[in-house]
Structure formats: structure tokens, C-alpha cells
Design a protein around this ligand. Structure first.
Ligand SMILES: C[S@@+](CC[C@H](N)C(=O)[O-])C[C@H]1O[C@@H](n2cnc3c(N)ncnc32)[C@H](O)[C@@H]1O
Length: 312
């Protein structure tokens, strides 16, 4: 399996994580293991590296490329929203840093054969974890029109969500929609010619992203993870999240703000009764963005946002 290692904002991420020899770090989204390799280099010797991915291809790749006699390396096939169980299996109570680099890996997009890209003719699968029950094909062929429309609108901010959902219902009443190319074609036919020609991105871009988010329940998983993540950091430990979607970034930003504030009492109360204290310091006061060179080298990097905190 040939992976291209172009991890997003590598230098900033590694600086934010504050990796040091002998420390314990988690990469919850191994992907092509680019960030993971850089973390392993910096926690050598004596560190513990725990790498997680829900995609078995990423796991096999990481097992092949991440090897060291000076580190304990654990590569785990699973979902980062199950971090507490995964750490307890390893008898690890807390760690010194956690990284999430959300979204799709280059391998998933270009070589997985699972229909993530509208530029390829592949079965409409889009599962990052091939053990999970529902494929994109099943959603597209079975959901009610209003539910499809909601996915396209909520996750893709797709202006033509209604038209596309209607066209899908019509197309599938004749034949099952089986491939990424078939779906891309339906999307292209749903958007009025003039609107399609003025769009900066391919008309299917937002729709494929929306469907992928729904198939993998990406926002729910992130929300669950953000609820507990800081509890699993040692004092001084860092949590860094790279997101690509405004809804992901909003989840991360709001949770960080709440943890930085601590108190959850309604503003009308004259004094705090909840007793909750701030438990983090936000390191990225101004959200970090990729450089123009990084965007030029990798168009997918355009919408990347990095947010990082330190546990106090
Ligand atoms: C953008 S890639 C990570 C790239 C990686 N940082 C690198 O340096 O190559 C995202 C990876 O996260 C994985 N992933 C996404 N959501 C996940 C989740 N909830 N649990 C575990 N892995 C997840 C995907 O399968 C994919 O391999």
C-alpha cells in the first residue's frame, strides 16, 4: 500500500503537542501515520505511543511503518470515541498528549475503493470502518427524501439539497444507485446549468462530504470524545484537534471554551454554586491555519483549523 505522507500542519501540530522523550501520546486518527511518525521520533527513547484508527488499512500501514526498539508502540483498530476502554485495556490511566486529525485520509480518498471520491467509479460504501453496519449506498437507496435532504443541507450546506434528494428518489425508483459515479451524475443533473458552471468546486463535493459524515457518524463521535478527552490527560498534557469542517470546528471550539470557563452556573446567579473550575488553558488563542504553500501543495488543506489546549 503506497501512502503519501503529507500530514496537515505538521510543524504546528508537533509544537502544540509538546512531545518529549519518555512521555505517553495518543494519535486517535493514524491515517497515513505521518503525524504518528513525527510523534514517535520525539518521544524516543522510553515513550509510549498509542495509535488508533477505525480503518483497518490505516492500522496495517501503521504496523508496517511504526517500529522502534526504544518505544512501546500500541496500534489499535477502533474508534477514538472509545478511548477510555482502549486505554483501560492497556492499563493506561492518563496520557501526556492526544492528537485528532479529523476527516479523510489520502489513501481513503484515492485508493481505498470505497467510493469516497466522486472522481472514481467505485461501490458506494464510504465506511471508514468496514465493520460498521451502514454504507452510503444503503442510505442513498433507503432513506426518505426529507432525511436525505436534511443530511445534504445540514452536513454539506448544499443549496440544492431538495432538488438532489428528489432526483435521487426518482432515480432509485428505476434502478438501485450502486456507484460513486452514478451518484455524482445524479447530483450534476440536479443542479441548474448556470448554477453548476459558476460553482468553484465540483457540484458533488459537498454532497459526498455530507454523506460520508452521516455514514461514519463523524460529528456524534467527535462530540462524545470531546466530552471526556481532557479527563484522560495528565496535568500539563495537551489535546490538539485538526478539523476540516465548520461543524467539527464548532464542536471543538465550544467544548474548549466551556472547559476554559469551568463554571456552568447561569449568568443571573450572583455567585458560582456549581463549583466547577477551569481545567484547561487554550494554547491556540487565534485558530491556526495552513500556510499558502501548504494549501498549494494540498488543496484538501484549505479548510484546516488547528485548536489546542493544555490541561491545568
Ligand atoms: C486525515 S486522516 C489522518 C492523517 C494522519 N494524521 C497522517 O498524518 O497521515 C484521518 C484518519 O482518521 C480516521 N478516523 C476518522 N474518524 C475516526 C474515528 N472516529 N475513530 C478512529 N479513526 C478515525 C480515518 O479512518 C483516517 O484514517
Amino acid at each position: 500500500m503506497a501512502y503519501r505522507h503529507t500530514p496537515a500542519m505538521l510543524k504546528e501540530v508537533i509544537t502544540c503537542l509538546n512531545c518529549r522523550p519518555g512521555k505517553t501520546f495518543v494519535d486517535g486518527t493514524l491515517g497515513g501515520a505521518g503525524h504518528a511518525g513525527a510523534i514517535c521520533d520525539r518521544i524516543t527513547p522510553g515513550g509510549v505511543f498509542i495509535g488508533i484508527d477505525q480503518d483497518i488499512d490505516a492500522i496495517n500501514h501503521a504496523k508496517a511503518v511504526l517500529q522502534s526498539d526504544d518505544l512501546q508502540i500500541h496500534i489499535l483498530h477502533g474508534n477514538f470515541f472509545r478511548l477510555p476502554e482502549l486505554l483501560s485495556q492497556l492499563k493506561v490511566r492518563a496520557v501526556d498528549g492526544i492528537l485528532l486529525d479529523l476527516g479523510l485520509s489520502q489513501h481513503q480518498l484515492e485508493n481505498s475503493g470505497r467510493g469516497f471520491s466522486f472522481r472514481r467509479d467505485e461501490p458506494l460504501d464510504m465506511r471508514m470502518d468496514i465493520r460498521s453496519p451502514q454504507t452510503a449506498g444503503q442510505l442513498v437507496n433507503n432513506l426518505a427524501q426529507k432525511d436525505l435532504q436534511k443530511i445534504f443541507k445540514d452536513y454539506g450546506e448544499e443549496r440544492w439539497a431538495g432538488q438532489i434528494a428528489r432526483k435521487i428518489i426518482k432515480a432509485r425508483s428505476q434502478n438501485e444507485i450502486r456507484t460513486s459515479s452514478q451518484l455524482a451524475q445524479i447530483v450534476a443533473e440536479s443542479i441548474p446549468g448556470r448554477a453548476a458552471s459558476t460553482q468553484k468546486i465540483h457540484p458533488a463535493t459537498r454532497l459526498f462530504m455530507a454523506l460520508r459524515i452521516a455514514v461514519n457518524r463523524e460529528l456524534e463521535r467527535l462530540e462524545t470524545f470531546m466530552e471526556f478527552a481532557v479527563d484522560y490527560l495528565n496535568p500539563g498534557g495537551r489535546l490538539c484537534v485538526l478539523s476540516f469542517h465548520s461543524l467539527e470546528d464548532r464542536i471543538v471550539k465550544q467544548r474548549f471554551k466551556a472547559l476554559e470557563k469551568g463554571c456552568t452556573c447561569p449568568p443571573r446567579l450572583p455567585q458560582c454554586v456549581c463549583g466547577q473550575k477551569p481545567c484547561i488553558r487554550i494554547i491556540t488563542k487565534k485558530v491556526a491555519r495552513p500556510t499558502n504553500e501548504e494549501i498549494a501543495a494540498n488543496a484538501m488543506a484549505r479548510s484546516t483549523r488547528l485548536r489546542a489546549v493544555e490541561k491545568i
